[in-house]
Ligand binder design. Structure first.
Ligand code: SAM
Length: 275
């Protein structure tokens, strides 16, 4: 079987689960099996027997609704490749909006310390540490997620402190210039309606309580004690939370609240900057 034949076979097989993405998924899985980036239909190189077996097993896993990223074991975020596993949320392109805004603020305001809570794979904190050199702490309530974050920081050569914590509970007495958070924000009932693939991601990373706002309420109560003067809190939100999340932070004295859209035009980030 040539790469070209493998692409056609995988694309047809995957159309049932991957729909419009069948060719993209096929190319990723054939590349994974071949151990190199395959270019497309012009590639007539023969796959070995072992590569064919790897491809068959990968396609079968995808047909059982395993997310592509879990099969590949890695995914890209802000130009870096992160290890992913079922213990962490798969890094999303939407979240790059938060990372880009954080990078802009770090440069504009000369921030020197960052706390990335709800860090999961560590994609936000690690990419900011690598891109700006900021002193960074990554924290999560899940030890299994933190182990993936630790491996990502090590693989990518990012110098990060790793702290297990229920939001700010382990940070008593410490303050940071910037706090970033992509907390779980999907209402409990909505989680039940998500695709088979998304349901294979950790519930702890998705379920934001009855109205999706439980963690934001706790952040709103607590964040002030952990921010330096002139510091900022950046949070990712769901596309329909552009009013409900800022409302939780209104009344914070001396703070500017800003809403930032993602590249699809959806409300995506709430920025709270202390003046
Ligand atoms: C939506 S995921 C975000 C992961 C990563 N920051 C990203 O953007 O891809 C949310 C993360 O919050 C963590 N989490 C949930 N409840 C938490 C809590 N009370 N304290 C700290 N982390 C929590 C979950 O374990 C999960 O890793």
């Amino acid at each position: 079987m040539t790469v070209r034949e493998a692409l056609n076979w995988a694309k047809n097989a995957l159309s049932a689960v991957s729909g419009e993405d069948a060719f993209v998924d096929a190319r990723e899985l054939v590349s994974f099996a071949a151990g190199k980036r395959v270019r497309g239909a012009g590639d007539t190189e023969e796959l070995t027997e072992a590569q064919k077996k790897t491809l068959e097993s990968a396609v079968n896993r995808r047909l059982a609704h395993e997310p592509l990223q879990h099969i590949l074991g890695e995914w890209d975020f802000m130009g870096l490749t992160f290890i992913v596993s079922p213990d962490v949320l798969i890094p999303r392109q939407d979240t790059e909006t938060l990372a880009e805004e954080a990078e802009r603020l770090i440069a504009e305001r000369g921030y020197r310390t960052l706390l990335d809570i709800c860090t999961g794979s560590g994609c936000i904190g690690i990419s900011l540490q690598k891109r700006t050199g900021i002193r960074t702490a990554l924290s999560d309530i899940s030890p299994a997620a933190l182990e993936i974050a630790r491996r990502n920081a090590e693989n990518l050569g990012a110098d990060c402190e790793i702290v297990q914590s229920d939001l700010f509970s382990a940070f008593g007495g410490r303050k940071f210039d910037l706090i970033t958070a992509n907390p779980p924000y999907i209402p409990t009932e909505t989680v039940k309606t998500l695709s088979e693939e998304v349901k294979k991601e950790p519930l702890l990373a998705l379920d934001g309580g009855a109205d999706g706002l439980c963690i934001y309420r706790r952040i709103a109560k607590g964040y002030g004690a952990f921010l330096n003067e002139g510091g900022a809190l950046l949070m990712e939100i769901g596309f329909d939370q552009g009013k409900s999340v800022p409302a939780l932070f209104e009344g914070a004295r001396g703070a500017e609240i800003k809403l930032i859209k993602d590249i699809s035009g959806n409300d995506r980030v709430v920025s709270i900057t202390l003046l």
